[in-house]
Design a protein around this ligand. Structure first.
Ligand code: ACO
Length: 699
């Protein structure tokens, strides 16, 4: 990828002498951005463009070409690519639109483009993109009208238009970049290549990305996890709404959109997700400018009561801690601050504080060993001196080498001070919540990096038994497994199910019920009936022989009447699991990431409140535990307000088992274990019902 970012020579194919043409702008950009290498305008009609000798084709250029920027109409791109291959150019940016984004012909054209590139050993950025900027080598191989200053952010964007908006905004706000890539359709170079290119790039401290989709989810997860260990990767992912009208047969399927899969995958590989471009830059600037705090303990400095309280609330909501201000620090603060000040966190030096008092407070608090980061809040009163305060803060942050974020709130009164802070790499946020969010994200990132590996455990499982069940269902032309078969599958993976036997007549039903012990549940067994209770095919709480025999006869009668063509295989008599909290576990297959496992509380919690969490399988014990903690109703499982706690270890074990099952069998399209009844700690969990849908072909 070196020639994309530090070429010694660049050809622009489709360069134009006519102002207003993209091929003209790119030459001018290369000339004005400080690029020191050779520039070869390529144009069959013009001998000279913008003072540079032009050539009819890359093949006519007298020197070697490291990078070609193609900006000819779509129909001319493939022949130009062939010439690039002949000239042994290994890196090409294709600005031209009109490929796969434009319909069937474009799709074919792009496929052919990929073939030529592969054959010629050419790496391609684009087509349909804005181009590349690399500030370190003064390279503006794009038609962006601005060139950002050098900095430590590297940005990749699937959208060229968004990239230009971001660039323009960045220039206005003094945000610097190391590299900037708009990769458009991503026929070749995409997110994963750029992560790899920047993971060890000394100019890049933070990688930021705007993405709409990924060609290969598992590969992204593997690479992003490695890169995130080295530097933060912050992503805005658009297109998060429920995936179209997909046919789903399970609860899990109906609750899992592509947004859930991305959210889970990002968590599992340490990628920091921003939910808007605004948040992307709130976070990126904090990471780029400041060191990551050593701990969650933060001090709030303020000259304003209200904003100080807002910051305090935000700190608590974000899971940070207000650093306890030491007695020595308080004593020192008392020597200079008015008695009405607040000497404890949030430290309030009052609204009439000038720069001297505010900066004395900042110095003193930052010196406290309990404080690992600071948020400096300032509002403009008559005696406030924003500029001098900013100077003092910058000096204090430099002296104590502790991360500092600022929240100078206001308008015109603050502008100069905010610029000064930016010059000292102290990011300023207009509201305390945004600053705290950035700080909390930094802390969480550190904690993620310091976590030990979450190993994937394997449990004993009867894989052959599961294969046989799938085979026999397919042999009968079915992809929906009946309850009995689904039970056998999860049991083969060691999940406990209630005792159960299938009776063929009323006498047998009564005998099995006697053996299992009352009360029992009776359910019709038929691969053709998915919603048994709708047809009167489920009876719970059967307490005696006669009731069991009557239930059998009645069920058979009803099913024969309401579903005369159903393949009836008897009635299952099951132990009735009476106690335990009902939870739901399930899995669905995400087109990008593969098996996605879901967890939630049963009943209305999942159906009405959609209170569920997801992970991409396989995952380890820590992520299984996080799935439980992430649902809003987790306190109920832990035992809140007189509720008995649940056997959380049993839930974790069930989640890990499910993770292994759906990883071992990619042919499981969807499944629910619903409900899993969980006893008190030590009592385990029992899967009362299960449902599985498989693919038509084995995989
Ligand atoms: N080799 C060299 N030069 C050639 C060749 C060739 N094979 N064929 C044509 N040229 C020259 C032309 O003669 C012309 O030069 P001239 O001005 O001296 O006559 C120049 O290349 C450009 O060709 P035109 O036919 O004038 O094409 P034009 O500049 O109008 O359009 C472009 C080309 C810009 C690539 C267009 O096809 C296109 O794709 N536009 C959309 C670009 C885009 O939006 N990309 C996505 C960006 S991301 C975002 O959304 C911001």
């Amino acid at each position: 990828m070196k020639h994309f970012f530090a070429p010694t020579s660049v050809a622009v194919v489709g360069a134009s002498a006519r102002a207003g043409k993209i091929g003209h702008d790119i030459i001018r950009n290369l000339q004005t951005s400080g690029f020191a290498g050779a520039i070869y305008p390529i144009n069959p009609k013009s001998p000279e463009i913008l003072g540079l000798k032009a050539y009819p084709s890359v093949l006519d250029a007298d020197g070697e070409i490291d990078l070609a920027v193609i900006v000819v109409p779509a129909v001319a791109v493939l022949p130009v690519m062939e010439e690039c291959a002949q000239k042994r150019i290994d890196s090409v940016i294709i600005i031209t639109a009109g490929f796969k984004e434009s319909g069937p012909e474009g799709i074919e054209l792009e496929k052919e483009l990929a073939r030529i590139a592969k054959r010629g050993g050419i790496r391609v950025v684009g087509p349909n993109c804005l181009g590349i900027i690399a500030t370190g080598s003064g390279l503006n191989a794009s038609f962006a009208p601005v060139f950002p200053k050098a900095g430590s952010l590297a940005l990749m964007s699937q959208s060229g238009a968004l990239a230009t908006a971001i660039l323009d905004w960045s220039v206005q706000n003094g945000i610097g970049y190391s590299k900037f890539v708009s990769f458009g359709n991503g026929v070749d170079v995409g997110v994963v290549d750029l992560l790899r290119a920047w993971e060890d790039d000394p100019e890049t401290r933070v990688i930021v990305a705007y993405m709409e989709g990924l060609p290969n989810g598992p590969e992204f997860m593997r690479v992003a996890k490695e890169v995130s260990q080295k530097k933060p990767v912050i992503v805005v992912k658009s297109g998060n709404t429920q995936a179209g009208a997909r046919a789903v047969s399970s609860h899990t399927g109906s609750l899992a959109g592509s947004g859930e899969a991305y959210t889970a995958a990002f968590k599992q590989c340490g990628v920091i997700r921003a939910h808007s471009v605004e948040e992307l830059f709130d976070l990126a600037v904090a990471f780029a400018y400041q060191e990551i705090p050593r701990s969650r303990r933060v001090a709030i400095l303020t000259n304003a009561g209200g904003p100080g309280i807002m910051a305090t609330d935000a700190v608590e909501t974000a899971g940070l801690e207000l650093a306890p201000i030491g007695a020595d620090t308080v004593a020192k603060l008392r020597t200079k601050l008015p008695p009405a000040s607040n000497f404890h966190n949030p430290v309030d030096c009052l609204g009439d504080a000038g720069a001297d008092r505010y900066n004395f407070t900042a110095e003193t608090v930052l010196a406290d060993p309990n404080v690992d980061a600071a948020l400096a809040v300032l509002t403009p009163q008559t005696s406030t001196q924003p500029y001098e305060t900013a100077e003092g803060l910058a000096a204090a942050a430099a002296k104590y080498q502790k991360p500092m974020l600022a929240c100078f709130m206001g308008g015109g009164a603050m502008t100069g001070a905010i610029d000064l802070l930016g010059g000292h790499r102290i990011p300023n946020y207009p509201y305390p919540e945004r600053a705290v969010q950035a700080l909390a994200t930094m802390v969480r990132y550190r904690e993620w990096r310091e976590e030990p590996e979450d190993p994937i455990e394997r449990f004993e499982a009867d894989i052959e038994a599961v294969k046989a069940i799938f085979r026999s269902a397919r042999a009968e032309g079915r992809v929906n497994l009946g309850e009995i078969e689904a039970r056998e599958v999860v049991q083969a993976y060691g999940v406990h199910m209630p005792k159960s036997r299938v009776a063929q007549n009323a006498e047998e039903a009564a005998r099995f019920a006697d053996e299992i012990g009352y009360p029992v549940v009776m359910k019709i067994v038929s691969p053709d009936i998915l919603h048994k209770s709708d047809l009167g095919g489920v009876r719970v709480g059967i307490r005696g022989r006669q009731e069991a025999m009557d239930a059998f006869e009645l069920m058979m009668l009803r099913i024969r009447r309401y579903a005369p063509n159903a393949d009836l295989r008897g009635v299952s008599v099951q132990e009735m699991v009476q106690t335990g909290r009902e939870v739901i576990l399930g899995s669905t297959r995400d087109p990008q990431f593969g098996p996605l496992v879901m967890f939630g509380l049963g009943g209305i919690y999942v159906e009405v409140l959609k209170d569920v969490s997801f992970r991409v399988a396989p995952f380890g014990r820590r992520h299984a535990r996080m799935m439980i903690d992430e649902i809003r109703s987790a306190p109920l499982l832990r035992g809140a307000r007189g509720e008995r706690p649940c056997d959380l270890d049993a839930i974790v074990a069930s989640l890990l088992t499910l993770s292994q099952l759906v990883t071992d069998f990619p042919e499981i399209v969807e499944m629910d274990v619903n409900p899993l009844k969980v006893g008190e700690p030590g009592q385990g969990a029992v899967a009362v019902d299960a449902r599985i849908t498989i693919t038509e072909q084995s995989q």
